[in-house]
Ligand binder design. Structure first.
Ligand SMILES: NC(=O)c1ccc[n+]([C@@H]2O[C@H](COP(=O)([O-])OP(=O)(O)OC[C@H]3O[C@@H](n4cnc5c(N)ncnc54)[C@H](OP(=O)(O)O)[C@@H]3O)[C@@H](O)[C@H]2O)c1
Length: 286
């Protein structure tokens, strides 16, 4: 049995699909428990058992940890409950844990408090007593879904810091590595920094989405404060623009990292942003 936190997130969904298909391993794992906050979440893949509750206060989950061999941890989903969740996991005989962390632990960008949250989660996992694997993840290609409403309704994407450059990673590559780690096929106590294959700024990302759709899309740069006010007016918590704009400002001066780790671990090239745009074209009206 494998238990997935943040199961409805971009990575959690892909990991469940890959586990069910067998992923990069020979045996499919069909016993999966997905943690969600409750009814109303999108349907889970057939055969996945759901448990519902708030992981920030995780005592309720102890019964669901019985018989679990491996846990996948999203620090956003576990929040301040991670330490207690790991203690419960040890008590229930769980063997290994896979943490979705961020490259900002190693390559600082954005407000220090966000990297510190990942660092704290890494410290908890690596001192938990479980066999652990840490995946430090670059900017998700899926973050570009935030542009979908603008692209569905016009040819211009408005945002801040058009020159901000990262090597965005396709969620299927994250999931392929995470699946190997959950199966115990990566060395215990290892840290892997996963990025996409190619540095791209925001203008290039928009152009690549346009190429997939057969449309000439462009990026129009607006002042960061304008973007911040727009996000707050939409009702988003201040943490969202703080997280986004802080890291974009830094990536406009110094690009995020590019590693070959996905290819080294999987024995095939990492998937490109153009691949991701093709896979997600319907979200942009394609
Ligand atoms: N986006 C990036 O560029 C990036 C880069 C590096 C690292 N990361 C990290 O990668 C991890 C995975 O991200 P992701 O986008 O796949 O999705 P995610 O943020 O891990 O998952 C979101 C899901 O977590 C669940 N969740 C949230 N709060 C919860 C709570 N209190 N109790 C129980 N479940 C809760 C929610 O499920 P329900 O709606 O079903 O309740 C939500 O759908 C995150 O920790 C993120 O910080 C992201």
């Amino acid at each position: 049995m494998i238990l997935i936190t943040g199961a409805n997130g971009v990575v959690g969904r892909q990991v469940m699909n890959l586990l069910l298909q067998g992923g990069t391993e020979s045996t499919a794992i069909t016993a999966i428990t997905a943690v969600t906050r409750g009814p109303g979440s999108a349907p889970l893949p057939d055969g996945v058992q759901a448990v519902s509750g708030d992981l920030f206060r995780p005592q309720w989950i102890e019964a669901a940890l019985e018989g679990v061999q491996a846990l996948q941890i999203s620090p956003r989903a576990t929040g301040p409950g991670l330490g207690e969740l790991l203690r419960l996991a040890v008590r229930q005989g769980v063997r290994r844990v896979v943490l979705l962390s961020g490259t900002t632990v190693e390559y600082p960008a954005g407000e220090a408090c966000f990297a510190a949250q990942f660092r704290h989660a890494e410290d908890l996992v690596s001192s938990s007593g479980l066999d652990w694997t840490i995946l430090r993840l670059a900017d998700f290609a899926a973050n570009a879904l935030a542009w979908a409403p603008q692209i569905r309704s016009g040819d211009v994407v408005r945002g801040a810091y058009g020159r901000a450059t990262t090597s965005p990673i396709h969620e299927t590559d994250i999931a392929a590595v995470a699946t190997r780690a959950l199966h115990g096929s990566l060395p215990p106590g290892s840290i892997h920094t996963l990025t996409g294959p190619q540095p791209l700024d925001q203008m290039e990302k928009v152009r690549l989405i346009g190429a997939t759709l057969g449309r000439a899309l462009s990026f129009q740069e607006l002042p960061p404060e304008h973007i911040r006010q727009g996000m707050l007016a939409q009702g988003l918590p201040a943490e969202v623009p703080d997280r986004l704009l802080g890291s974009l400002a830094d990536y406009a001066h110094r690009p995020g990292p590019t590693t070959s780790t996905v290819e080294d671990l999987l024995g095939r090239p990492a998937r490109t942003f153009a691949d991701w745009a093709h896979d997600n074209a319907p979200a942009f009206g394609g």
